[in-house]
Design a protein around this ligand. Structure first.
Ligand code: PBG
Length: 333
């Protein structure tokens, strides 16, 4: 070893010796450009706005949606993802309300796109909010998913959303071939500019539980599992394969979900593909960080910013996060 190699000539702490230097050498910085706020909307007669498993998040009533979204736009939020809590009376085995061109989401879209024509609204495409089973697709009498019938329904739903003003369609159902059918249907109807964010690497996770309360699908799903169509948490290959499939079928952005337990998948996707990657910091991740902060185990702001910077560092270009509105208060640049 020569005289000048290694310590003390090399001290990596020099690059961390002041906050300005740390900022100058930082490789990732979460900004409002990275964040999407998921929103739960409910029908006006629904008085139940509180979500017990998501402290601090409330469902928004349809009649308040313009006002609520205006607040978010004024906070610098770049996009929202809409999720419906459908009136239980409107759910059936066929999930028929999903393709009603005047359903809750279509009504909200029409109001919002008229009021805020340049604000991109992301619409979830899956049947779980609409089916009695709480599954993302149609099922047969044995509970088996009917993939090919489901994807036609998803295409009809997507076209309705596009007609009502959605700029981005986000199929979260994990059926095979859905991107192809949806993309074909949009092209045929001259909606060639609609972006598709496909939930490609969507794992069968325990971390979606609070979301199912928010959506009102918890009791419908009961103890039934989505493991037939969502990815096996033990695997990587199936994620990469599904991502490639979705891109080849016309997806513009692919999603990895959940985020924090799945940073390896984000990183691997980043290395292997050439479309932007979205990551979804899901309801269970929200719950863990929020509750630990409310119990004063974590400093809320520090842990949220840390979690988002880590998701970004792994390779996500955009992050769906329930913290987005709170983060907008801290990131005023
Ligand atoms: C359903 C859907 C889920 C989420 C988004 N879309 C739940 C599920 O697959 O059961 C989860 C989001 C979250 O947990 O925040 N299509």
């Amino acid at each position: 070893m020569s005289e000048t190699s290694g310590f003390p000539f090399v001290r990596s702490q020099r690059l961390r010796s002041s906050s300005n230097i740390r900022d100058l050498v930082s490789e990732n910085n979460i900004t409002m450009n990275d964040l999407v706020m998921p929103i739960f909307v409910t029908e006006d007669q629904d008085k139940d706005l509180k979500i017990n498993k998501m402290p601090g998040i409330f469902r928004k009533k349809e009649c308040d949606i313009i006002k609520e979204v205006e607040i978010l736009i004024n906070k610098g939020i770049k996009s929202i993802a809409l999720f419906p809590k459908v009136d239980p009376q409107k759910k059936n085995n066929g999930g028929d309300e999903s393709t009603n061109s005047n359903n809750l989401i279509c009504r909200c879209l029409r109001m919002l796109s008229k009021e805020f024509p340049n604000f991109p609204i992301i619409c979830d495409v899956a049947l779980d909010a609409y089916t009695l089973s709480g599954h993302d697709g149609l099922i047969d009498e044995n509970g088996k998913i009917l993939n090919d019938l489901t994807i036609n329904k998803l295409a009809e739903m997507s076209l309705n959303f596009a007609r009502a003003g959605a700029k981005i369609i986000a199929p979260s159902d994990m059926m095979d071939g859905r991107i192809k059918i949806i993309r074909n249907c949009l092209e045929k109807n001259n909606y060639e500019d609609i972006c598709i964010i496909s939930y490609s690497a969507k794992y069968c996770s325990e971390l979606y539980k609070p979301f199912r309360e928010a959506l009102g699908s918890e009791k419908n799903l009961g103890s039934s599992s989505k493991e037939y169509y969502q990815l096996d948490v033990r695997n990587t290959l199936n994620a990469i394969r599904k991502i490639h499939e979705d891109i080849s079928e016309g997806s513009d952005i692919i999603m990895v979900k959940p985020a924090s337990f799945y940073l390896d998948i984000i990183k691997e996707a980043k290395e292997k593909i050439n479309v932007p990657i979205a990551a979804y910091q899901v309801s269970g991740e929200y719950y863990m960080l929020k509750m630990a902060s409310l119990n004063e185990i974590f400093n809320f702001k520090n842990v949220v910013v840390e979690s988002l910077n880590c998701i970004k560092r792994a390779g996500a270009s955009l992050i769906f996060s329930y913290f987005t509105e709170e983060v907008s208060e801290w990131l005023k640049y």
